[in-house]
Design a protein around this ligand. Structure first.
Ligand code: IPE
Ligand code: IPE
Ligand code: MG
Length: 244
């Protein structure tokens, strides 16, 4: 008797998706709108993408919101971006918490306005016990600065005699990064057609699958995410081992 073929088991979703949200300015320009309109539309895309990730079984989402190099932009645009961030944190926090989302922010905080730092620390405290989903927002983040800060702290530990330099290995180094206790990203998506990392998650993306899409960030959402995850499932990850 012929056996019924078993339905192909759905492969598990990536545990951690990281996104370089790019193209807000071009989205606005194409519509004859000011850049801030693109950033506003980008905030809506964050909402759509976050809940789509959760529904698809992703556990961690890291979003690159402001790089350590984005201070090079005109002060008015920097103000607009932080204005939107304040608005996002105030408006979305209760809903994030109700949905079991834990919020973490990575990046250097000393250059941020005190009220932004307070909003971040309060949000992190409020959601610290949530385990369903972790949203990591990179603000004033740069991968090189993160690695240098970790090296500096390790050097201080060694100098004070609390640490033997010979004991430093990758696992220990990772504990000094902003992303400690967060698994490395499985899939990294960059929108808007640019194909570079722009100082994002340099250490953590050692074995990440990269996906570059021409879609501009404000147009990104559930459908684009599903396509990205389908592409991820077509990849063969080897981690240095021999292929099949
Ligand atoms: C991404 O969109 C948002 C941030 C970098 C904060 P951009 O503002 O970089 O948009 P483009 O690249 O100019 O289109
Ligand atoms: C990277 O985008 C940073 C964020 C998305 C926050 P940019 O638009 O700043 O990157 P470059 O300047 O094109 O490399
Ligand atoms: Mg850009």
């Amino acid at each position: 008797m012929l056996q019924q073929p078993l339905a192909a088991a759905k492969p598990p979703p990536p545990v951690h998706v990281a996104i370089i949200m790019d193209g807000n300015g071009r989205w606005a320009k194409a519509r004859g709108l000011p850049r801030v309109a693109g950033h506003r539309a980008g905030a809506d895309a964050v909402r759509r993408t976050l809940y789509a990730c959760r529904d698809l079984g992703v556990r961690y989402l890291t979003l690159y919101a402001f790089s350590s190099e984005n201070w090079k932009r005109p002060p008015t645009e920097v103000e607009d971006l932080f204005g939107l961030l304040r608005l996002y944190l105030r408006r979305e926090l209760a809903e994030l918490h109700a949905n079991g989302v834990r919020l973490r922010v990575i990046g250097e905080r000393s250059r941020l306005a005190p009220d932004v730092v307070a909003l971040i620390t309060d949000a992190e405290k409020m959601t610290a016990g949530n385990t369903r989903f972790t949203l990591i927002i990179a603000i004033n983040y740069g991968g090189q600065a993160e690695i240098v800060a970790a090296a500096r702290r390790l050097a201080e530990e060694a100098k004070s005699g609390r640490l033997d330099p010979a004991a430093i290995d990758e696992a220990m180094f990772e504990r000094f990064l902003d992303t400690h206790e967060i698994p490395n990203p499985d899939l990294l998506i960059r929108t808007s057609g640019e194909q570079r990392l722009s100082n994002f998650l340099l250490w953590q993306s050692a074995y990440t699958e990269f996906l570059f899409t021409p879609t501009l960030w404000p147009d990104f959402g559930r459908e684009a995410l599903e396509e990205a995850i389908d592409e991820f499932h077509r990849r063969e990850r080897r981690f240095g081992a021999a292929g099949e």
